[in-house]
Write a protein that binds this ligand. Structure first.
Ligand code: ZN
Length: 160
C-alpha cells in the first residue's frame, strides 16, 4: 500500500493510484475529462498546465504489449479525439506524449501540451521534467489554477 496526499490535503492508502482514479475511488480535481470502456482521462492538477491530460487504462497493466486489440483501438481513438479537442478549444499546436512502463501506478500516458513559456527549458524529452517542476513550483497561482480548471471544462464540453 502507498499513501497518497491529494491536492485537498487528505491522504488515502491505495495499492495503485491509477486503479483508484479509474475506479472512481478518488475523484480527480476537475473530474473526468472523458472516459471510454477501457480508458479514463483526467488532468493531473499537481502540475497546473492547461490541457495536460493523463490517459489511464482501466485495467491494471504496465506495458503497451499487454493491451488487447480492443484496448489498443480504444486507446488510440480516445487519445486522438482528446488531441483534436486540445487543438480546437485550447489552440495547442504540439503535444509531447510520455509514459513509462516501470511506473508505480499502472498504464497511463501523459499528454503534455507545448506552450511558449516552456521554450526556455529546451525541447524534446529532457525538457519535460523541468517544465513540470516549473509549473508546480512557479505557476501554482489562483489565476493560473482557474485557467487550468476552465481548460478542463472546455475539453469536457468539446468531448461531449
Ligand atoms: Zn492499477
Amino acid at each position: 500500500m502507498r499513501t497518497i496526499t491529494l491536492s485537498n490535503g487528505k491522504t488515502v492508502e491505495v495499492e495503485c493510484l491509477s486503479c483508484a482514479l479509474t475506479s472512481g475511488l478518488i475523484e480527480p480535481d476537475g473530474g473526468i475529462i472523458i472516459e471510454s470502456e477501457h480508458f479514463h482521462a483526467h488532468q493531473d492538477v499537481a502540475y497546473p498546465i492547461e490541457g495536460l491530460v493523463i490517459l489511464a487504462s482501466k485495467r491494471h497493466i504496465k506495458c503497451l504489449d499487454e493491451l488487447t486489440e480492443e484496448e489498443r483501438n480504444d486507446y488510440i481513438n480516445l487519445m486522438t479525439i482528446i488531441r483534436k479537442a486540445q487543438r480546437k478549444v485550447l489552440g495547442i499546436d504540439y503535444v509531447y506524449y510520455f509514459y513509462n512502463e516501470d511506473t508505480t501506478h499502472h498504464f497511463h500516458t501523459w499528454m503534455v501540451p507545448r506552450y511558449e513559456w516552456m521554450k526556455e527549458f529546451g525541447r524534446s524529452v529532457e525538457s519535460v521534467r523541468p517544465v513540470l517542476l516549473h509549473a508546480r513550483n512557479n505557476r501554482n497561482t489562483v489565476e493560473n489554477n482557474q485557467k487550468v480548471m476552465k481548460a478542463i471544462d472546455d475539453l469536457k464540453n468539446a468531448l461531449k
